[in-house]
Ligand binder design. Sequence first.
Ligand SMILES: *Cc1c(COP(=O)(O)O)cnc(C)c1O
Length: 479
Amino acid sequence: MNYLSTRGHPDRKRFCDILLEGLAPDGGLYLPERYPQVDADALDHLRSAYNEGRAGGYAALAFEILSLYIDDIPAADLQAICAKTYTAEVFGSDEIVPLRELEDGVYLEALSNGPTLAFKDMAMQLLGNLFEYELGRRGAELNILGATSGDTGSAAEYAMRGKKGVRVFMTSPDGRMSPFQQAQMFSLQDANIHNIAIAGVFDDCQDIVKAVSNDLGFKRKYRIGTVNSINWARLLAQVVYYFAGYFQATGSNNKEVSFTVPSGNFGNVCAGHVARMMGLPIRTLVVATNENDVLDEFFRTGVYRVRSAADTHETSSPSMDISKASNFERFVFDLVGRDADRLRALFETELIRAGRFDMSLDPAFVEASSRFGFRSGRSTHADRLATIRDTDKRFAVLVDTHTADGLKVAREHIEPGVPMVVLETALPIKFAATIVEALGHEPDRPARFEGIEALPKRVVKLPADAEAVKAYIAEHCDE
Ligand SMILES: *Cc1c(COP(=O)(O)O)cnc(C)c1O
């Protein structure tokens, strides 16, 4: 399997080459040259792998699906990596992503029982093991530099802690994460994990990461890499749980299922798009946004309009507070028939010139729903509170703020006879303040996080200055 860039670069790459890379050299995103097709027999085989493997079922399913996209890791090694990643010890149950029925035909698929209680663990845990394997094979090292407002940074740190050949330098805005999120990250004592609290806001952290990455000399000398959501391996890992959700929601492979996905950077739902392109019988993919409704606006109107910082709202589902959706280009590439010239006209010319592009009159736009099955909706703080209360009262189930956005939007798209699976992307304890606002009491906290706010903290404070961060990295690279 070869990978290409959405912007038309002539080079083709193998999986392990793009594993350690971010953007393609022409600024595009990597995609497989074609989507491997899963026919009826293959789907039966995958269902058996998941169901009959019991404790190892999810790992077996992951191995089968990843094998379709990765041909430069020996099968036995890839199998061992999957088996080591997807265990009941790490993810809390043999199903790994257990499904529960909330009400007739509406399901929650739990993706947030990993080490940091958000769905990003599903991919990041695999990425940690893939990185360690590939760096070991090459005798190389990598220094991961990132910016986080919460979920990504903790998922990356818990995936990379103690891994050979990898160090993490994670910047975050000083004092702006929830106390629980801060404690999750800063209580890690592993020598290869470095928390850097920046005197500034999240955008300052992102600017620093960009400035350091743009210093090509520094980047090469210190082997700087990233783990952001455009990484193809992360997206690929997420494809697996659409299959696992489908198998749990149906007894046989001739039924269609719809998914609703709380969305920000379009990484999660883009994995659903890939699963559907492979032939998994997904009827609709519902994109749920919060007040930052860049994606809902596109699917309703055909206009993709990037927001300014001033126009990006701080909401109570903060992991979906985005001004642009960094993975969206992958879907648009398929939507325009994989025409890289057309893609470049949209993302390089129009978007840069006007901050928006308009596909409303493009015949391809109707295919977003008719051919690719996309629908969308948006949810507000008041909706979130109402959904959390309603779900607690009627089903005695507590959902987090992002999942609440999903549930609210899912209900607007339910079709009789088609199971609707809502992806649960985090546990409520991560966003406790809003749960208290909705219900008047704190959510339960898993026993392993009891009292973490009181643990010793390992964090250094630096000014919002790329040079200071570079100096810190240089100083800590040989440890
Ligand atoms: C990251 C995140 C999202 C958004 O996922 P995307 O892949 O960026 O669309 C939604 N919910 C939670 C809890 C997250 O951490």
